[in-house]
Design a protein around this ligand. Structure first.
Ligand code: ATP
Ligand code: MG
Length: 581
């Protein structure tokens, strides 16, 4: 038995009664009613190992594995590795890791289309014998040129009338390696005047003397996607072959091959691709970013790849909840990135422990706080780990005479509606005391370097016995106890909502956001974070959710900001900007 990851721990117990309705489920429910596949539900997730998986793939994973789980069926993981030159084992390994992480469970059904090369070849021979395929001496380029257009029929190949014997002989010689790349193809004999271009004698096999990541030099002819895919589905007894909308026009060809061969016939169903604002979901373009070192790798936290999202601090649950909410339809659209972030915050809010961290430190000295006999006087303040979840308990946070607060939390000249610390003003230090700013120190350039306060010992824990109120609560860390960290802040990788929209003569890379990464190397954290493990997530109070990056060393913690909290102050500032215009 393989454990079923993440079913128990997420409460993901969708049953046919509770699952959100969609048209694919309706088809399956119908097929179950009519007993079309003997009550079976068997799907597959078929990535091509030519890049890392991205959030769009997560939607397909959620759908295929989710439907199988919901109906007590099965879902296979199948590598669509029919294209030898573009595929690498690095991609295979990363895909396996990512599907697992997202909760996909293929049990012992991990397959490769390349496992079927022998059977696919036999079936191609069968088509030749039935007079439904021929060897064509045009190059793939010429085949494309003679295919015609939507309004014009294609030209029939001069090799279309070859005898079965000649075709069998030539196809065997293609396989034996007698011809160079591109010299010949095997084509289906369908209809060069079909209104569907995919049915105009499509290529079934092409010659490529490239080395394959699994079959090595064994083959020098490779099946095209449309042939390999449906036939692989048939071999694996898939019931519902779910793919994205761009394959809708390929469905007649999918069906044609299976009908001609007279083999088990799964049903292809198409759904809409996921698109996200400010995000590119094309492996080819993501590869460009990696190869040109425009990001730091496939798992750069700014990338929409599953490995990038994981490193950034996304949870599988957040991604799955997002995919479920997005659902499926028959028309392509674009989803707001904000919706993904909404589900991320929802999930992290429940699981992330709260801590205090100061990203851009400003020294705050409490002049009337006791100095202590030997060294600094220290108090241990009680702090709640997660107000959403009592079972997460509480911790002690050291408080002392010299603290760090956020530079942003002090203004010498506060604008209207700015309620945080300012000269003469009293605020609450979270879990600490009320403090009042008495004076500031500045450097030669006039920048504030230190603020001096007094505290009210009667306000320990954050409440005044006389009932007086303060308008703001700010976070802090004790300077003597703080640990150092590097914190990486991220913004969207692209500045345009649609990164594919470019000005004339420009590439999509022109839309890259030069400010997508900001590194703060002098952050100060409360000491409870010492030794935090890579991958663990925290809410830095008032700042957002942060996760420990694998770059972390024992003497230097590195955090990624996963997502900011909704910043109410930024909103106020924007509003007042607008009204003052
Ligand atoms: P890309 O265009 O990014 O290279 P692809 O479709 O070529 O993607 P595959 O490896 O062939 O990538 O995809 C595996 C499965 O994931 C396919 O069934 C495909 O339809 C699905 N898929 C890919 N991108 C998306 C997306 N943006 N939204 C939903 N499903 C997707
Ligand atoms: Mg593809």
């Amino acid at each position: 038995m393989h454990p079923r990851p993440s079913e128990a721990d997420t409460g993901e117990t969708t049953t046919p009664e509770t699952a959100p309705s969609n048209f694919i489920r309706d088809i399956i429910l119908d097929d179950l009613k009519t007993n079309k596949y003997g009550g079976r539900v068997h799907t597959r997730f078929p990535p091509e190992p030519n890049g890392y998986l991205h959030i769009g793939h997560a939607k397909s994973i959620q759908l295929n594995f989710g439907l199988a789980r919901e109906f007590g069926g099965k879902c296979n993981l199948r590598f669509d590795d029919t294209n030898p030159s573009r595929e690498e084992t690095e991609y295979v390994d990363s895909i396996i890791e990512d599907v697992k992480w997202l909760g996909g469970d293929w049990e012992n059904r991990l397959f490769y289309a390349s496992d079927y090369f022998g059977q696919l070849y036999e079936w191609a021979v069968q088509l030749i014998k039935a007079g439904q395929a021929y060897v064509c001496d045009l190059t793939p380029e010429q085949v494309r040129q003679q295919r015609g257009t939507l309004t014009e029929a294609g030209q029939e190949s001069p090799y279309r009338g070859r005898s079965v014997e000649d075709n069998l002989d030539l196809f065997a010689r293609m396989k034996a390696g007698e011809f160079p790349d591109g010299a010949r193809t095997l084509r289906a004999k369908i209809d060069m005047a079909s209104p569907n271009l995919n049915l105009r004698d499509p290529i079934i096999y092409r010659i490529s003397h490239a080395e394959h990541h699994r079959t090595g030099k064994q083959w020098c002819i490779y099946p095209m996607y449309d042939f390999a895919h449906g036939e692989s589905d048939s071999i694996e007894s898939i019931t519902h072959s779910i793919c994205t909308l761009e394959f809708e026009d390929h469905r007649p060809l999918y069906d044609w091959y299976l009908e001609q061969l007279g083999i088990y016939h799964p049903r292809q169903i198409e759904f809409d691709r996921l698109n996200l604002t400010y995000t590119l979901l094309s492996k080819r373009k993501l590869l460009t970013l990696v190869q040109n070192k425009l990001v730091q790798g496939w798992d750069d936290p700014r990338m929409p790849t599953i490995s990038g999202l994981r490193r950034r601090g996304y949870t599988p649950e957040a991604i799955r909840n997002f995919c479920r909410r997005v659902g499926v339809s028959k028309t392509n659209g674009t989803t707001e990135l904000g919706l993904l972030e909404y589900f991320l915050r929802e999930d992290l809010n429940k699981r992330a422990a709260r801590v205090m961290a100061v990203l851009r430190p400003l020294r705050l000295v409490i002049d009337n706080y006791p100095e202590g006999q030997i060294g600094q006087e220290v108090e241990q303040m009680d702090a709640v780990n997660n107000p959403e979840d009592e079972s997460m308990g509480s911790r002690k946070v050291p408080f002392s005479r010299v603290l760090y607060i956020e530079q942003d939390d002090f203004r010498e000249d506060p604008p209207k509606q700015y309620f945080r610390l300012a000269p003469g003003r009293e605020v609450r230090l979270r879990y600490g005391y009320f403090v009042t700013c008495r004076s500031v120190l500045k450097d030669a350039s006039g920048r504030v370097t230190e603020i001096h306060c007094t505290y009210d010992p009667a306000t320990r824990g954050g409440n005044a016995p006389d009932g007086r109120k303060v308008k703001s609560t700010i976070h802090w860390v004790s300077a003597e106890h703080a640990i150092d960290a590097e914190v990486r802040l991220y913004d969207t990788l692209f500045t345009r909502e649609d990164p594919n929209q470019v000005d004339e003569g420009q590439e999509f890379t022109a839309n890259l956001n030069p400010q997508s990464l900001e590194v703060l190397s002098g952050a100060k954290l409360e000491p409870s974070l010492r030794g935090a493990a890579a991958g663990s997530s925290f809410q830095f109070e008032r700042l957002g959710y942060f996760s420990v990056d694998p770059d972390t060393k024992p003497d230097k913690l590195v955090f990624n900001r996963t997502v900011a909290l909704r910043d109410t102050w930024a909103k106020i500032e924007k509003k007042s900007e607008k009204t003052s215009k």
